[in-house]
Design a protein around this ligand. Sequence first.
Ligand SMILES: [Zn+2]
Length: 105
Amino acid sequence: MYCNSCGKGIAEDARFCTYCGVVVGTAPRAKQLIRPRSNRKIAGVCAGFGEYLDLDVALVRILWVFVTFMAGVFPGVIAYVLAWIIVPEESAVRPVVAAGQPVTS
Ligand SMILES: [Zn+2]
């Protein structure tokens, strides 16, 4: 790729331009546990864990239900509600542009 500042060719995975020192590209986003807005059944907790752990969401749901019933339902439900409260929703972390709003600026 090329530096946006000086235009010199730099390594594809470079985070800084080796010529002018400017920050280029985007720093790799730290993996964050969030509740995605899509692909959710209740609050997106299982979908979030699946995404975070690189697991199939269906597998996470099956495991969650299985563990919940094995543990006597209540702890699993409490854990789900806690995760619901604690894990931020996707929109809070990655702001989505509101559709249909008039451009005022
Ligand atoms: Zn540069």
